[in-house]
Design a protein. Sequence first.
Length: 392
Amino acid sequence: MGNCCIVDTDKIIKNFDPAVYYTALFAGILSVAAVLMRFKPWWAFCLNLVILIYLYENNKLDLLSGNIKSRLSARLYRLSPPLAGFIHKHANKILTLVLLFSNIAMAAYLIITLFFGKNACGSPQKSVNFTPGTSAGKRAAVLFSGGTDSTNTALYAAAEYDEIHLLTYDRLGYYNMGASSVNANKVKWMFKDKNITHNIINIDRFYQEICYHQYLKDLFRHGKMLLLTCGLCKLAMHWRTIIYCLDNKVEAVYDGSNIEMADPSQNENIVNEMKAFYKRFGINLYYPVYYQSKQEREERLYNLGVSEKKNVKWTEDTWKIQPCCTQECLFIEYQTYSTFTFFRHNAQTAYDKYEKKMFNFHRQKREFVISRINAYLNKKVPDYSTGRYYAG
């Protein structure tokens, strides 16, 4: 092996800096993890850049000690003497270049992401163009809970379309599902000349996929945002609604969301983005009561004879006409506590920070839903239309 295993111990001890070596090694591991796990590499890029500057300024570019290089060369010598000599001579240069080019690669990734969008480096999304059939303008679906808001919305839809699909969704944590049929039957009676059906559809599968897709990764990236139960549940409803519309050639969807609700899916900015979300699949999304006051919505139902009282919403009478979600109550308490309890002196700033994080999280989940709908249309996933267990 010649002189490749001759080691100057005193020189190694004098020049070898364990802190520099292990810090650089740790940075390399983080860089690999960032690339493999597709994490946003801002932090890895900055960390590696700082380490490179530190190593350069201190003239300590020898990441491997002489002892390590000698042992490695001795092992490789049995397989290939030229390779062993090359490794012993150039190992540190190779590692330094790897570290440098990993930063260059991450910098390129950041530039592409910033200028070409989040999915520029991922798998391409196949665009889907859905063209309604000959009955365009005839069918509409309504996200229908049976409550004041969705009943008002159903009345608007029935006034415009000949065929109305009232869609009520059920999953674990909901109860009193049959109450939704009370106002559904009243809407049918008011529009006897229209073809109105009421469907209760289970969305457990959709909700679970949204919540637990890349759960550990989302836990580290988004933290408490994973507790946005109502936002994720409503997104699961929208997912199932789009599937229903594509299967039944329904070209319009009516949603009873309103601006006064704390549900993230009813946030004004998200509502506008959801219209584009539906439009991607050739479906129009409408929010006819979004800016109407509670009093206006209540009075309309009372004057039409749908409601027996002028004030039903948020009273005990609410649960006589619509299902109840136990998790919604918990979510409202969580949101109020986490957003305002410790920041009462500056509640608006705290809410703005919460809202920004919520937007990013919701957009990421929407991208996942789009990919799943595309997979369904391309017949790469099982048929989702088997979740209906009641139709009337």
